[in-house]
Structure formats: C-alpha cells, structure tokens
Design a protein around this ligand. Structure first.
Ligand code: M6R
Length: 608
C-alpha cells in the first residue's frame, strides 16, 4: 500500500531529513520505490527510484534537499511495474506542478489516453501521474488552481489520497476518496499523510479530512473546503493520544487483527479496480475458450483457487481444476498444451513451488496468467499479465485479507464468465443479481465481523484446551474449512484438519470423544447434509460449532450457531472464513503466541 507525506513550512528548511524520516515511518505499509520532491523558491527538485528508503536517499542525496514545501511517497506497485519512471512524485507536462498519491485510480488507462490526446506529456503508466495531469487539464482550460483540483476530483475514480503543490504557490493541496488521510498542525509547519505514524513524531494535533473535501495547507494554518461548492468547512483539530506502536497497528493489538478488519475495505477497492481493469476481458475470453482451466497455488492461495473452481462451475458452468502447484507438475504438466489456460495464484508472487509449476506449464506452451498481491514480484513479471489483489502490504504471516481478495476476484471472474460486463448496472435484469451480489460483499464482510466477534472469543476460550480438532465444509465451504484449519494450525500450533464433511464418517469419526471440537461451515443450500454430519458426531460426544446463516434446523441440532448475515450461497462461503480467522487469532493469543509471526514459518517461501 503506497504512502504519501507532504510538509509546508515558512522557513527555508533542510526538508530532506524530514522527508526521509517520514518515509521511513511509512515503510510498514509496504513499498518498492521511494521519491521526494521539494519546492524551493519557485523551483521543483524531484528525486526518486526503485529501492529501499536508505538506498534511494543515499543514491540521490535526498538529505541535502531544501525548500519550503516537500512531498515524499513510498510506492507499492499496482499500475505499472516498479521502475524509476513509475516512482512517485510526478510532474505535470511543463514541470510546474508536482504531486503524489496512494491508492488506485481505476480509470487510469482511459484518463491517460485522454491526456495524451489533449497534448500533455505523460511519462509513466502510474496513476499518481494521472492525478497530476487531472489537475493540469483544468489549469490548461483556464481554471484557478483550487477549482482545477475540484474538477479533477470529479474525474478521478477509485480509492486514493493525493497531495499536490505548484512551483509558484506557497501552499500544498490534498484530497482523498475512499482511502485514509490525516493532516497535522505544528509550530511553524503543517503536514499531510496517508496515516498517522509519519505525523506523530512531529505533532499530535490532527485533522481528519473526509471524502469530498479539499485541504489547503499553509505553514501556519489549514483550510478545508467542500469539493462540491468550494465552501469552507469548519473542522477543529483533535489531539491524538495513542502510542506509535498502536497507531501502526491501527489501534489493534496485532497486525493480523488489523488485517482481518481491513478485509471489507480492500474488497471494495478491489472491485473498483477490477471494473476498471483492461486485463479482465481478455482473461475471461481465454478462460472461456480454454480446453482445460487450471487454478494453481499453494497453502492459502490454493484454498482460494479451490473456492474459485466451485464458483466457476456453479455460476458459469465452467469446469476448472484447482491444484497444488507441485502436484500440477507431476499430475497435469505432462498433459497440458497451448489450448490450456493456467491461473497462478500467490500473495507474494515469489513462492518457489508456484514458480516451478509456472516454468513447467510454460515449457508445454500453456497460456499462463497470474493473480498476485505483490506487483513487481517474479510471478507478475513472468506471466502474460497478472491481476493485482490490491490488498496493500500484508504484514502478518497468516494470510487473511489476501485470501478474501483472491476469493472475491474468482467470484468476480465467475460472474464475468457468466456474462456480466464491467459496467452492468442494476437496471440490467438478467445480470443484475451478479452486480448486486458483488457490490454487497464489502458491507457484508464488515457486518459479519461485528456480528460474530464476541461469540467467537467465548468459543475460543471454551475449546482452547483441545490440541486436536476438525473443520468441515461442503461445496464452496469445503475449501473454506481447509483454510480455517490451516489458520488454526499455523498460529495455535494445535492439530486441526480440514475436510469435506461427508468424508468424516469414512475414518476420522473414530477420533471423536466427549467435548471434541468440530466446526462446520454450512452453506444455505447444504443444511440437510450438514445436519446429518452434525448428528453423526454429536451422538458420539463432539461439541459442534456451526457457522451459517440463521436457521432453526441448525440451531436445534448444533451446540453453537455462529450466525452470518444473509447472503448468496457463494458469498456465504466467503463470509464463513471470517469467524474462522478470528477463532484462530483468539486461540493463538490465549495460548500466549504471537499470531503475526508464528514459529518456523515465513511470509514468503522461496525454497523448494
Ligand atoms: O505467497 P503465496 O500465496 O504464494 O504463499 C503460499 C503459502 O505459503 C501461504 O498461503 C501460506 O499458506 C500462508 N502463510 C497461510 O496463511
């Protein structure tokens, strides 16, 4: 997730060290490139490149940069590979303005084309540059700076925060849509950033602008205006009291819990991005025409692929084969050819098992595409194109938000395979349900987390003494059960097996004793089947915890019913993973472990 920081002072200051320190405090968000710009007595100085803060700062001597206004940006690539030209900040065509953003402008491609047609100099593929040209467009048409910014806001679709300055102006300007942004007020300076950690060491007096507001920063004051009518808004500063550690974790005790709670928002951003992505239509076409379609990944990413295969069959009648990457090499690679399509799924884009499978597939001429969170990773560079997961940096080793965004991507692709277009509206009767289902996901995820939180904590306490348990599902919730079991194993160090509910009677049933915990994830169409499973184990003494929509039959049969909000069967499966993530998190913490960094595991597995 990119991060921005802007600083305005009334002195001629050594801004370089201030910008470097602010950039370092944004690094926890994840980044691949760094840049800094200062405006010094009407002249813009811009230095940027791919690499770590210390390395880029030393290479370009950022510490020596001086001026009255400064901007720094850490980039986490989404549009355009990590490269110097795609690094931020960006200049306008004539080098009179400089700006940087975080987030995603989803109509980036079409706006860039318009700007080029209007004669502007577009140097990169990056959507941060698009934000600068969006303002330039209206300056060229004769608007005052503040009005140009207001109009640019209307043109830029997506979720982002943006800061911009002009060489011949003593202020910085900032606005946001969807993403977070904080303004700081100090002695003789003001600043603006994507979040608090870069501001806190400078000042604890902050203003939090809302969507649809423009902030103007002078050295000694800020003004907040409405984008709509340009009128001033009265917004008084508040005092922040949290510690830096708490602030970095968004107020949560661990990154895992923060990332669990980010899932609704990142799903929202992903859906915007997919609607605007030029890569979706060609991918869907390839998938439609494929002889065989393989969905390949490891661990959590494999589980997402398995959910995806169920979605493709249920919604689009398209068979797909989910397969663990190393097994793909043994079982399918010898048989694939150029009529087959593979989607390689990975959070990191660096998992060696996945890259080995990709190599084997490419040798046989298979068409290979990717789905990855880290743009610029080996997978994104090695495939024809790779859809970004749009989650920002996932710090905790257990994957949470990247899993749900993988699943959301598959659900989106399933609806596109079924005929839904990127701009199908709710007026289009035949496809309106798909659009409606997708649009409802972010809110439903947020609703689920608030509905199940306290109950899951109680259940975690009740079953925490057990070091052996099962997690069962069927259909789309089968792979959700596998994922829940993996999360539990990964951070509680207990044994938890995920299994198809109907398989339990074929062996594991013998392990059941009094109080033995068994979790069922039950889709709304599978209730009778799950009830048989529940009763099979209950009569043998098991404690049954059922995750499902409200259902009198399940309530009567199970011991605990963890109620999900009402949704479509496919979304129900996605929602069912949230209580499982929370269960593993709480059990891990209750056992005294650190869920963010479980023993023996690492976030990226670059070995065979
Ligand atoms: O980066 P990837 O998605 O390719 O990683 C694959 C697995 O190593 C990963 O999903 C692992 O299972 C997670 N830590 C589970 O939370």
């Amino acid at each position: 997730m990119c991060g921005i920081f802007g600083y305005v002072t009334n002195k001629d200051e050594a801004l370089g060290p201030i910008l470097i320190e602010a950039a370092k405090r944004l690094t926890y968000r994840g980044y691949d490139s760094v840049g800094a710009a200062t405006i010094n007595n009407g002249k813009i100085d811009l230095r940027k490149d791919v690499g770590k803060v210390d390395v880029v700062a030393a290479k370009y001597n950022i510490a020596e940069m001086r001026g009255q206004r400064g901007i720094t940006q850490l980039r986490w690539a989404t549009f355009g590979e990590p490269s110097q030209v795609n690094s931020q900040p960006h200049l306008d065509s004539d080098g009179d303005m400089v700006g940087a953003h975080n987030g995603n402008v989803v109509n980036n491609v079409e706006l860039r084309e318009q700007f080029m047609a209007e004669g502007m100099t577009v140097r990169s593929q990056n959507d941060g540059e698009t934000c600068v040209h969006a303002v330039e467009r209206y300056i060229n048409r004769g608007y005052q700076f503040i009005d140009a910014i207001r109009l640019a806001y209307g043109d830029l679709q997506g979720d982002y925060a943006f800061v911009i300055g002009r060489a011949d102006d003593d202020k910085l300007y900032a606005f946001k849509k969807g993403s977070g942004m904080v303004v700081g007020l100090g002695e003789g300076f003001t600043c603006v950033s994507s979040d608090l950690p870069s501001i806190l060491p400078l000042t604890r007096s902050v203003i939090r602008p809302q969507d649809g507001e423009i902030v103007t920063l002078w050295a000694d004051k800020v003004e907040v205006r409405s984008v709509k009518d340009g009128k001033l808004i009265d917004r008084q500063p508040e005092l922040v009291t949290e510690t830096m550690d708490a602030v970095q974790k968004g107020g949560y005790p661990h990154f895992m819990l923060k990332e669990i709670h980010e899932q609704g928002q990142v799903a929202r951003e992903l859906l915007h991005l997919l609607d605007g992505s030029p890569d979706v239509a060609p991918l869907v076409e390839k998938m439609k025409n494929a002889r065989h379609l393989y969905l390949i990944g490891c661990g959590t990413s494999y589980h997402a692929a398995s959910v995806g295969a169920v979605y493709f069959a249920q919604l689009a009648g398209r068979a797909a084969i989910p397969v663990l990457a190393p097994q793909f090499i043994a079982q399918y690679a010898p048989a694939v050819n150029h009529d087959d399509v593979g989607i390689f799924v990975s959070q990191s884009g660096e998992t060696k098992d996945v890259l080995n499978a990709l190599e084997a597939a490419e040798k046989r001429g298979m068409a290979c595409f990717g789905l990855a969170n880290v743009v610029g990773s080996t997978l994104t560079r090695a495939t024809s194109f790779c859809l970004p997961l749009c989650c920002g940096y996932e710090i905790s080793v257990p994957a949470t938000k990247t899993f749900t965004n993988q699943v959301v991507t598959f659900l989106y692709l399933a609806y596109r395979l079924a005929g839904m277009g990127p701009s199908t509206s709710l007026d289009d009767h035949s496809l309106r349900s798909g659009r409606h289902v997708l649009d409802s996901i972010p809110d439903l995820m947020e609703q689920t987390l608030s509905m199940v939180g306290p109950q899951i904590e109680t259940i975690a306490r009740d079953i925490n003494e057990w070091n052996d348990m099962y997690c069962l599902g069927y259909g789309a919730t089968y792979a959700i059960a596998l994922e829940g079991a993996l999360k539990l194993k990964e951070i509680t160090y207990a044994h938890c097996e995920g299994m198809l509910s109907t398989e339990f009677k074929h062996g594991p049933l013998s392990a059941v004793s009094k109080g033995f915990p068994i979790v069922f994830a039950a889709g709304p169409n599978d209730v009778p089947l799950i009830i048989s499973g529940i009763n099979e184990v209950k009569v043998r003494g098991a404690r049954t915890i059922v995750i499902a929509e409200e259902d009198a039959r399940l309530r009567a049969n199970g011991d605990d019913l963890v109620v999900l909000p009402k949704s479509d069967p496919q979304v129900n499966a996605l929602l069912a993973v949230l209580p499982l993530q929370l269960l593993s998190y709480h059990m891990s913490v209750m056992r005294g472990f650190d869920p963010d960094f479980p023993r023996n595991l690492s976030k990226t597995l670059t070995v065979d």
